[in-house]
Design a protein. Structure first.
Length: 137
């Protein structure tokens, strides 16, 4: 309502900030920074892997390394091992850069086959991330 009591259209100023609610659009997740538990930035979210049947985000592709995208590696990280930190305005993982570097990873070209019929990738990812609290799917 405006000062005269008339209905007015909703604007973005009327909406809560993205940190104020539990939903987030993919555009706010893509390129979000990823930090280790000490607050050191270790990468960024390059993409999401979404289960076609349930609609749940299964993995975020954490990218780091390379230069200007060349040689960059994508680390499928289970969504469940990331926590959003409002103070950092990014996601925090219990892994440090060395642990993430040692995790299963793919190039952009290899990512095209990710999840396509071969379920062995799930076993490798769960074996690696299970100790960090990731649940198998």
């Amino acid at each position: 309502m405006d000062d005269n009591g008339d209905a007015r259209p909703m604007t973005t100023d009327d909406l809560p900030s993205h940190a104020d609610h539990g939903l987030v659009t993919s555009s706010r997740v893509i390129d979000a920074p990823v930090f280790d538990k000490t607050g050191q930035r270790i990468g960024r979210i390059d993409d999401l892997s979404i289960d076609k049947k349930t609609g749940q985000v299964r993995y975020v592709m954490v990218a780091f390394g390379g230069f200007l995208g060349i040689g960059e590696r994508l680390h499928p990280t289970p969504w469940g091992v990331l926590d959003y930190d409002t103070a950092l305005d990014g996601y925090v993982t219990p892994l440090d850069k060395a642990a993430l570097n040692a995790a299963p990873h793919y190039t952009h070209d290899e990512l095209a086959a990710f999840g396509a019929g071969d379920s062995s990738y799930r076993d490798r990812l769960f074996a690696y991330y299970g100790p960090y609290g990731a649940a198998p799917f």
